[in-house]
Design a protein around this ligand. Structure first.
Ligand code: TAP
Length: 489
């Protein structure tokens, strides 16, 4: 049995009880064991957190670029120094394999390092159009920003938002998903002595309470959200009501296209990784696989072999490649889509069931699932399932593949596999998404923009442009006329 950890809300540099003393019980989705008891925030706590952030902002915004860069580098160092502990917490809390959570934690250490560098380079500008005037273009922080995070990448998505926000000099009130608050609270604990009080405030709690209170507070001057499209839409509306900018990273149903001339083994392994990474609970999962008709049966057969061999297991074991879904609700959603697929006439090639044999019976483990003979019009091909379910759709021509790939509400990611680079680039340009891989999937090192179009939202993270998204520009004109120079002291 694990010792149940206790965490308060992190407000103004210290852990405090929730105003109403309510707590959230946090469970390991793989075993059902209780991991932690976390204070559950309410509107009163959000009010306190925003006040702390507003007060901290007065001095934090005066920090020089060098000081902010040094702070970010220190945070990166602390994350590096505690990588095993953070990865373990993340795995226990989210059900993701430790192999993946180590990658997430490393990526966020790198993200803080990256923005420590970016903030030094993307500095204020000074223009001189003529000898009579000088124009200064200053980057200022927005002030207090509200950030809302989902449960599928609790640390990674928080890091993608925190690093540019702090680099730009903002103070933050951040809400982790109620399911997975632990890694972010642990980050707050680990950085308590290096981040000034009030600059980072973590308020776990329900989206409908804490999230709503955050996006209704008039002192918030920027909102960043990752999560589902319906909630994202309401967050965008709330931000518009506050008259503040928002960035929204939402859902996806990304097309992964295998042409007959693909490097076949790599493409098939890539297609499996594209859907099974994170148990398929990944916004940019390659969840619609389009395969050229001449190699369709071969690809389906080889994929089925891989799916059947995937090592599903306890997320904290090194050999595990697929962990558990996050909760009963998500499992029910995935299972109901499998029913839908069968009703729609798709061929279930493998998987389709919850894994119930011990020790999996205490968690929400799903078999990797493959549907063949799918039409792009079926609901299982149109809607985000957010689980380890791949639908495979045949195509005859490049044009048909592009047309079907684009015939979807979402536009987050996509990929194609071919040895013909001219074709690959043609396809990449024609697919309506925010990002696209050629003979690759899931790669997203710091410095590469991540974000969607259409119903996948707007704004980019993981790239230097995120610093701009957390900064507002102020223009200062200075007269340098001969007369003015005469009276400047
Ligand atoms: P959501 O239900 O949208 O929840 C996301 C976050 O918003 C959680 O912290 C949630 O709080 C909070 N929230 C829920 N309702 C809210 C409201 N009315 N006001 C303010 N905040 C609210 O999504 P999820 O189920 O956690 O995540 C799955 C979805 O997120 C999928 O559709 C997936 O594609 C998308 N996603 C997208 C991306 C990118 S990068 N595009 C990345 C990850 C996930 P609680 O859950 O704590 O109540």
């Amino acid at each position: 049995m694990l010792k149940v950890q206790k965490y308060g809300l992190f407000i103004n540099g210290e852990f405090v009880d929730a105003a109403n003393r309510e707590v959230l019980e946090v469970y390991n989705p793989a075993t059902g064991e209780q991991l932690a008891e976390v204070s559950k925030g309410s509107g009163t706590d959000v009010e306190k957190a925003v006040t702390a952030a507003t007060e901290a902002q007065v001095t934090f915004k005066e920090k020089s670029i060098t000081e902010r860069a040094a702070l970010l580098a220190d945070i990166a160092y602390v994350i590096h120094d505690n990588i095993n502990q953070l990865a373990r917490i993340e795995s226990l809390d989210s059900g993701k394999p430790i192999k993946e959570t180590v990658e997430d934690i490393l990526a966020i250490a790198d993200q803080f390092d990256y923005f420590a560098g970016v903030v030094r380079v993307e500095t204020d500008e000074c223009l001189s159009h003529d000898l009579e005037n000088i124009t200064m273009i200053m980057k200022e922080p927005y002030g207090v920003v509200a950030q809302i995070i989902p449960w599928n990448f609790p640390f990674l998505l928080a890091g993608w938002k925190l690093a540019p926000a702090l680099a730009a000099g903002n103070c933050v009130v951040i809400k982790p998903a109620a399911e997975t608050p632990l890694s972010l609270l642990e980050l707050a604990r680990l950085t308590k002595d290096i981040i000034p009080p009030g600059v980072l405030n973590v308020v776990p709690g329900a989206g409908s309470v804490v999230g709503q209170a955050m996006i209704s507070d008039e002192r918030i001057s920027k909102v960043a959200f990752t999560g589902s499209t319906p909630v994202g839409r309401s967050i965008g509306q709330a931000a518009a009501k506050l008259l503040v900018p928002a960035t929204l990273e939402l859902g996806g149903k990304s097309a992964n296209i295998i042409f007959a001339d693909a490097p076949m083994e790599k493409a098939i392994e890539g297609a499996a990784l594209a859907i099974l990474y994170g148990q398929g609970q990944v916004c940019n999962a390659g969840s619609r696989l389009f395969v050229e008709a001449s190699v369709y049966e071969e690809v389906v057969e080889k994929l089925a072999k891989i799916f059947k061999k995937v090592r599903v297991g306890n997320p904290i074991e090194r050999e595990t490649r697929m962990g558990t879904l996050i909760n009963q609700k998500q499992l029910d959603t995935v299972l109901s889509y499998i029913e839908t697929g069968l009703e729609e006439g798709a061929r279930l090639v493998c998987g389709g069931k919850r894994i119930t044999r011990p020790p999996f019976d205490k968690g929400y483990f799903m078999e990797p699932t493959l549907f063949a003979d799918v039409s792009n019009k079926m609901r299982i091909a149109r809607e985000e399932i957010f689980g380890p379910v791949l639908v495979v759709i045949p195509f005859k021509t490049e044009e048909e593949a592009i047309e079907m790939a684009n015939d979807n509400d979402f536009g987050l990611a996509g990929a194609c596999w071919t040895k013909d680079i001219n074709r690959a680039l043609r396809v990449a340009k024609k697919i309506d998404t925010g990002l696209f891989w050629i003979n690759e999937y899931h790669l997203a090192p710091s410095g590469t923009p991540f974000g969607g179009i259409k119903k996948s939202g707007y704004g980019r993270e993981n790239h230097k442009s995120a610093l701009e998204a957390y900064s507002r520009l102020k223009t200062i004109y200075i007269s340098m006329s001969e007369e003015a120079r005469g009276y400047y002291s």
